[in-house]
Design a protein around this ligand. Structure first.
Ligand SMILES: [Zn+2]
Length: 147
């Protein structure tokens, strides 16, 4: 029986990317919230998919709501669509969240994306999926200087 513990929300049930290993993350996505984990034992903040603490190995983690802001750590430009929601070319970035963890996401709307750009979570509604998490550039003054 698929994911009966999370309530069978019809929006999230259709999401092909949903992973039952991290129900709190996907329940957050369905509510347009980015949820990450915090270790109850040592207080470190972890990525959304963490199942145990990488510092103290505790399995006692609590899901917390992230600010949704971060900085582009690295990125690539996809020239083929790996999702029906995307039209190539599009940016896929490693984003260092304000809270510390890094996540991978699409960054919308910039053909001049740079490492150091400040980005913020935005939510795309799609008929076939729950809200899709992506990011948009809100401050590009942190871009690297070209010499
Ligand atoms: Zn810990």
């Amino acid at each position: 029986m698929p994911n009966s513990e999370s309530g069978e929300d019809p929006l999230t049930k259709k999401d092909a990317f949903r992973d039952d290993k991290d129900i709190s993350f996907w329940d957050g996505i369905a509510r347009s919230e980015l949820r990450i984990k915090k270790c109850n034992a040592c207080g470190i903040v972890l990525s959304p998919g963490a199942l145990f603490c990488s510092e103290c190995w505790s399995g006692e983690l609590t899901a917390i709501k992230a600010s949704g802001r971060g900085m582009v750590h690295s990125f690539v430009v996809y020239h083929r669509a790996f999702s029906e929601n995307e039209t190539p070319p599009y940016n896929v970035a490693i984003i260092a969240l304000e809270e510390g963890p890094r996540i991978v996401s699409v960054v919308d709307g910039s053909d001049r994306l740079q490492v150091g750009n400040i980005v913020e979570a935005v939510w795309l509604s799609t008929p076939a999926q729950c809200p899709a998490l992506r990011f948009a550039v809100v401050d590009d003054t942190g871009r690297k200087k070209e010499n």
